[in-house]
Design a protein around this ligand. Structure first.
Ligand SMILES: [Ca+2]
Ligand SMILES: [Ca+2]
Length: 227
């Protein structure tokens, strides 16, 4: 048995960190050990703790801890908002895991309802000791998602939400001009709405805005390690 640590949130909910937990356990309570994996490929497991602040769909933060000798060290946190159940997987076979999840930054965009709002693919990479949005490094995946979005155009899903997703994917893909060509061709009805809210869209997709949003939610304290 190795050392164990108990984490507590501000409401005194607690979870015990056990570095041998390798299955993924989503949102059973407001604070849980989500699972462990060797994220940085150094031969030692990191622990991923899920924190839910409460609310209808909201808000999830994942704290990643490492065991350093007998200390528990927070190496980073990922704020996902309305999105949860991230998948840890090495997408580019470099040995280091990426975090696959959904980007909820367009939830409730303008006056869209939650279910009408598009979720975008989001890949977070661990590089230079921090987590960053690196979705643009996976163009094949974005391309596939654009095709899927187009296929869903007449599925009864809110057309504005669908058009918004189509354009947003092109912006992430750094193909904004092609995005507008596609909007005129496939979504003429949504074109003026998108033009009207374009600045807002750009701001929401801005990388710095993403980093600002990815702040630590609900600071936690840790108990002394048990031997
Ligand atoms: Ca590791
Ligand atoms: Ca990788």
């Amino acid at each position: 048995m190795g050392a164990e640590w108990t984490l507590r949130d501000k409401h005194n909910n607690s979870t015990v960190i056990d570095f041998s937990e390798t299955s993924w356990n989503p949102h059973l309570s407001s604070l849980d050990l989500y699972g462990c994996a060797d994220i940085d490929n150094d031969g030692q497991f990191e622990a991923v703790v899920e924190y839910r602040s409460g609310g209808a769909h909201c808000c999830y933060t994942y704290f990643i801890y490492r065991k350093v000798e007998t200390q528990l060290k927070l190496i980073g946190s990922i704020y996902l908002g309305n999105s949860s159940e991230p998948i840890f997987k090495d997408m580019d076979n470099d040995g280091i895991m990426e975090v696959l999840t959904l980007d909820d930054r367009l939830a409730y965009f303008d006056d869209l309802c939650f279910a009408c709002s598009p979720f975008l693919p989001l890949i977070i990479c661990y590089r230079n000791n921090s987590f960053t949005n690196c979705t643009a490094r996976f163009p094949e995946m974005i391309e596939k998602e654009i095709q899927k979005t187009l296929n869903q155009r007449s599925s009864g899903f809110d057309l504005r939400g669908n058009a918004l997703k189509y354009l947003a994917l092109h912006i992430i893909f750094k193909k904004e001009a092609d995005g507008w060509i596609g909007i005129r061709k496939y979504y003429p009805e949504a074109s003026s709405w998108l033009k009207e809210h374009f600045e807002e869209l750009k701001k929401k997709l801005d990388k710095e805005e993403f980093m600002k949003r990815n702040i630590k939610e609900g600071a936690m304290t840790k108990d002394k390690p048990k031997k």
